[in-house]
Design a binder for this molecule. Structure first.
Ligand SMILES: [Zn+2]
Length: 267
C-alpha cells in the first residue's frame, strides 16, 4: 500500500526520432502513446486508436497513467520514425493526414476532419494499406527478439549467407556446365547419328545399283545436315521449317535426276 507509484512514461521515449510530433497527424507534443505499437500520438489520434480495438492498438497517457516495463519496452525501441518507416512505407504523395491543429493538447478538430482522420488511421493500422510488403510490423519483430536497428529480416539472411551460398551456386553451375541438358542431348544425338551411319554403311557394303548410290548420297547429305543441326540447337526449329520446304523441292529434283540416271543406266 505504501509503495510509491511513479506516473507517466519513461523519460527517454520522448527523445526518440519522430517523437516530437504525433505519429499520425503531426500535431506537436504528443502526450499519449500506443504502447504496443511503440509510438507517441496526440489526444485526438489516441481516441481514434481506441476505436481500432486493443488487438491493434493499446492506448495510454504518457503523463497520467502508470507504466510498467512491458509497456515501456516497445516505446523505448520503436518510436514514431521507425514505426512510420514501416506503416507509411508505400505512402502515395499527399495521402498522409496533416492536422490543422498546432498543438496536440489544444483545439479539437471538427467532425468532418475527425472522419478524415479516422479513415487515415484505419487505412494505416487496420488495413495496413501503406505498409512495407513482406515485412512484419516493428512491434512484432521486436517481440520476436529481432534487433530493429538492423534491416528487416527478409533481406538479412541473403546477405549473411551470400558468400558461402554464392560459392556453392557457382560450383553447382560450373559442375552443371559440362552436363547441361542441351549438350547432353547433343552427345546422345551424335551417338545415335554415328550408329545410324554405321548401320547405313553395313547395309551398303553389298554392291548397290545406281539408284541406291543416289539414295545413299542423299542420305549422307541428310546426315551431314543433321550433324550441322547438333552444332546449332537454337536454330533447329527455324531450320526444320525452312528445310522441309527445301527438302521437298530437293527430293523432287533428286527423284527426277535418279529417274534420269536410272533410265540412262538401263540404256
Ligand atoms: Zn494526432
Amino acid at each position: 500500500m505504501s509503495k510509491k507509484v511513479k506516473l507517466g512514461a519513461p523519460e527517454e521515449i520522448f527523445d526518440l526520432p519522430g517523437n516530437k510530433e504525433c505519429a499520425d497527424c503531426t500535431a506537436y507534443g504528443p502526450n499519449w502513446a500506443s504502447w504496443n505499437l511503440g509510438i507517441l500520438i496526440c489526444e485526438t489520434c489516441a481516441g481514434m486508436h481506441r476505436n481500432l480495438g486493443t488487438h491493434i492498438s493499446k492506448v495510454k497517457s504518457t503523463t497520467m497513467d502508470k507504466w510498467n516495463e512491458e509497456q515501456a519496452v516497445p516505446c523505448r525501441n520503436i518510436g514514431n520514425f521507425m514505426s512510420n518507416s514501416f506503416y507509411e512505407y508505400n505512402l502515395p504523395p499527399k495521402t498522409k493526414y496533416v492536422t490543422s491543429v498546432k498543438s496536440s493538447g489544444g483545439d479539437k478538430i471538427d467532425t468532418g476532419e475527425a472522419r478524415k482522420l479516422e479513415r487515415w488511421i484505419r487505412a494505416k493500422y487496420e488495413a495496413k494499406k501503406y505498409s512495407q510488403p513482406g515485412v512484419d510490423p516493428p512491434h512484432v519483430r521486436l517481440a520476436r527478439g529481432e534487433s530493429l536497428r538492423e534491416a528487416p529480416k527478409e533481406e538479412k539472411p541473403v546477405e549473411e549467407k551470400s558468400a558461402s551460398k554464392k560459392d556453392k551456386e557457382k560450383k553447382e553451375k560450373t559442375d552443371k556446365g559440362d552436363k547441361s541438358p542441351s549438350k547432353k542431348d547433343g552427345k546422345e544425338k551424335k551417338e545415335k547419328v554415328s550408329k545410324k551411319e554405321k548401320k547405313d554403311l553395313d547395309r551398303e557394303v553389298t554392291p548397290a545399283p545406281a539408284v541406291k548410290e543416289v539414295k545413299r548420297s542423299r542420305k549422307e547429305k541428310k546426315e551431314k545436315k543433321s550433324q550441322e543441326l547438333e552444332s546449332s540447337f537454337a536454330e533447329l526449329e527455324t531450320w526444320a521449317m525452312t528445310s522441309s520446304k527445301e527438302k521437298k523441292s530437293r527430293k523432287k529434283k533428286k527423284k527426277d535426276e535418279a529417274g534420269e540416271r536410272h533410265t540412262s543406266d538401263m540404256a
